[in-house]
Ligand binder design. Structure first.
Ligand SMILES: Nc1ncnc2c1ncn2[C@@H]1O[C@H](COP(=O)(O)OP(=O)(O)OP(=O)(O)O)[C@@H](O)[C@H]1O
Length: 326
């Protein structure tokens, strides 16, 4: 379990993280999304007890990140964007080294290393030195390192960026498996399809804070209004909108289609179908218009960007005022 309350981090005068609060339960994947420099990695580093928060509190695996940093580091598996790999080593020696640091005995660690190297397709490369690995192979080895001690909590920063589609699938399946095994997982990614596939909840980090947090359905409803449905007829019907105006909140209409909003499709759609059939209009389909995580994300980031721009315009700085005065 991961709990963060109002975590903040300042580097000198710069506020990198400005009050992050979140909770991730066992068996849950939280995806942290957000533009470059938003504060995702800094938040993760505080939650992994490798960076001290300036203020706020975090409890990870039952331990406070400030007072029990060692226990937190043991409870956590961390995959960072730039993992420190010991390039002269071979993978098994490397994993044994990290297993020992986590207090594992060599036999258990060796067995687990073999199993993970096989699972991620690195077994054949076990005799190669790490500096002979490709980027994707190095990323897989770094992920295995994060998983070697079978931690209850995993922080995965961009876990599939360098990977070919087959390897990325193996990693996503592994993350889904960890979720089923009741691990708590924070996934930082710019790959929205990946977040959509794996995450139970999404938190969008923007300008050091969490702009919004929730399931994709909740965020979609909150930011983009009630779900939109679309009906399609077999032929154009000029009276389509007029005849249905008293039944539906119409969003948009064409010659043979119409879009409307409803939160109660179970009640509304049967009535709609009955009416249309009663008029003898052949109906092709009624479907909910799918809103992707990309739509939701761009709405959030676009909104916060517009808010920042308008705040700047409302409070022009001295130089801008001087320029206008000239
Ligand atoms: N050690 C540091 N000293 C000073 N500034 C830092 C330090 N670490 C991070 N920052 C700054 O904090 C901000 C947040 O960085 P962070 O790495 O958390 O962003 P991010 O959301 O993970 O970005 P990305 O998506 O590019 O990985 C950035 O402006 C970065 O330059």
């Amino acid at each position: 379990m991961i709990i963060a309350e109002e975590l903040r981090k300042q580097f000198g005068d710069f506020h990198a993280v400005k009050g992050v609060s979140l909770e991730v339960k066992p068996g849950e994947v939280l995806a942290l999304l957000g533009p470059n420099g938003a504060g995702k990695t800094t938040s993760i580093r505080m939650l992994a007890a490798i960076l001290k928060p300036t203020s706020g509190r975090a409890i990870v695996g039952g331990f406070n990140v400030e007072t029990h940093a060692r226990e937190v580091r043991h409870a956590v598996g961390l995959l960072t964007e730039f993992p420190g790999l010991y390039h002269r080593m071979k993978s098994l020696d490397y994993l044994l080294f990290f297993g020992r640091l986590q207090g594992m005995n060599d036999r258990d660690c060796g067995n687990r290393a073999v199993q993970l190297l096989q699972q991620f397709g690195l077994w054949e490369a076990r005799e190669k030195r790490i500096d002979g690995y490709s980027k994707g192979m190095k990323q897989k080895l770094a992920l295995i390192r994060a998983m070697i001690h079978d931690p209850n909590i995993l922080y995965l920063d961009e876990p599939t960026t360098a990977m070919d589609p087959h390897s990325a699938r193996t990693v996503r399946d592994a993350i889904a498996g960890l979720r089923s095994a009741q691990r708590s997982i924070i996934l930082c990614t710019h790959n929205l399809n990946e977040a959509e596939e794996l995450a139970d909840r999404i938190a969008v980090v923007h300008d050091g804070g969490i702009a919004v947090q929730g399931t994709i359905a909740e965020l979609s409803q909150q930011l983009m209004g009630d779900p939109i449905w679309e009906l399609r007829l077999a032929q154009p019907q000029p009276e389509l909108a007029k005849r249905l105006a008293n039944l539906l909140t119409i969003e948009d209409v064409g010659a043979d289609w119409l879009r409307y909003r409803t939160t109660e499709p179970h009640q509304l759609n049967p009535v709609l179908i009955q009416r249309i059939s009663g008029w003898g209009w052949p109906l092709v389909s009624i479907n909910e218009v799918q809103r992707s995580l990309e739509d939701v994300y761009l709405t959030i980031v676009g909104q916060t960007h517009r808010e920042r721009v308008s705040a700047t315009l409302e409070q022009p700085n001295a130089a801008a005022v001087a320029e206008v005065a000239l």
